[in-house]
Write a protein that binds this ligand. Structure first.
Ligand code: 13P
Length: 349
């Protein structure tokens, strides 16, 4: 199956009332782990690369690996997404490579650190939407500012510093025409999100629900959604790691989000922890080993286990065969004639 429009994937998720995990990748083993999990659970999937990942792996290597994943798994709908694009040029280069979706994170200036003004965010995001939609590519925007830093991108600080204002979210969605919208409800990138288990008073689920009521056709995105489970932290620390005690986003809160318009859930840290724990274990227990396959194989298996579990928890499991892909050219036509600009491809439940 060719790479699929993320818009189609999310519209189908809205129809089915489930969420789709968007998993970050930097290398072949991570892509293989995601595809093995998708195959096992029969899940559509979003694979995403940050600017840092594109640099680390070199654009063409990474993109060819995704193409290989699509070729080897024809029964799995895969959308390839640019995570946290910092400028029009970053998004344009991803589209030129063949990504079927881009995030223009205009909540920060091009340096990827300084919060921008609302007007600056609208201007750069709208420019990306015009360019991307003409080519059938999906666009995710961000309003409010997420906490933490990921691959050098992020304002830092707590996820509670710049919570999204629902009025601004509505104005932003109307002015830009984004397909998906990342909102800040208290989550942040990385392992250190919360110093105790967050409950309803920490995560602003009321803000999320208010935004979904007013923007029922805009797919909401939860960033910083790793759950940072204790068992994964424990494996890292058991074999020489030094992680400080920390809490992530409870899966129940994500599931509450999914019942209220969240369609894309970003997960990176949990997979990093799973791989690192598995690698540490092999090197700790068998220090004589030096063939990378001896530790990369268990690392890939550990990541696959986490991804497969999330796929079940987010509800995407079992939905890979629900629909046939619509060509990117057809999607571009839909944006052009207006059938896709305000209405999802399929009606929300
Ligand atoms: P985590 O660090 O919680 O995995 O979040 C990843 C993310 O939001 C990527 O954009």
């Amino acid at each position: 199956m060719p790479l699929v429009s993320m818009r189609q994937l999310l519209d189908e998720a809205a129809k089915g009332g489930y969420g789709v995990g968007a998993f970050n990748v930097n290398d072949m083993e991570q892509i293989q782990a995601i595809m093995a999990a998708a195959k096992e659970t029969k899940s559509p999937v979003i694979v995403q690369a940050s600017r840092g990942a594109r640099q680390f792996a070199e654009d063409l290597y990474l993109f060819k690996l995704i193409q290989a994943a699509a070729e080897l798994n024809p029964e799995i709908p895969i959308a390839m997404h640019q995570d946290h694009g910092n400028s029009f040029e970053t998004c344009k280069s991803a589209i030129e490579l063949g990504y079927t979706s881009v995030m223009m994170d205009g909540s920060l200036k091009e340096d990827g650190k300084t919060p921008s003004t609302f007007e600056e965010n609208v201007a750069v995001t709208k420019r990306v939407v015009d360019y991307a939609h003409e080519r059938g590519v999906t666009v995710e925007g961000e309003i409010g500012v997420l906490g933490g830093v990921e691959d050098g991108h992020g304002a830092g600080g707590s996820g509670l510093d710049h919570i999204t204002d629902p009025d601004q979210a509505v104005e932003f969605a109307e002015k830009t025409g984004v397909d998906a919208l990342a909102i800040a409800i208290g989550t942040s990138h990385g392992a250190y999100k919360f110093t105790k288990k967050p409950d309803g008073s920490v995560l602003k689920m009321d803000v999320l629900i208010a935004i979904h009521k007013r923007l029922p056709n805009t797919h909401l995105v939860m960033h910083g959604s790793s759950s940072v489970p204790k068992d994964l932290q424990d494996v890292v620390n058991q074999y020489g790691g030094k992680l400080k005690e920390t809490w992530g986003v409870p899966v129940e809160e994500i599931q509450l989000g999914i019942r209220n318009g969240v369609r894309k859930i970003n997960v990176d840290t949990d997979n990093r922890l799973a791989m690192t724990g598995a690698i540490r274990k092999v090197l700790w227990e068998t220090p004589e080993k030096f063939d990378p396959r001896d530790y990369m194989k268990p690392a890939r298996e550990a990541m696959k286990k986490v991804v497969a579990l999330r796929m079940v928890q987010f509800g995407q499991a079992g939905h890979a065969g629900d629909y046939a892909p619509i060509s990117i050219e057809q999607i571009a036509k839909g944006y052009k004639d207006g059938t896709l600009s305000t209405q999802p491809l399929v009606a929300a439940k």
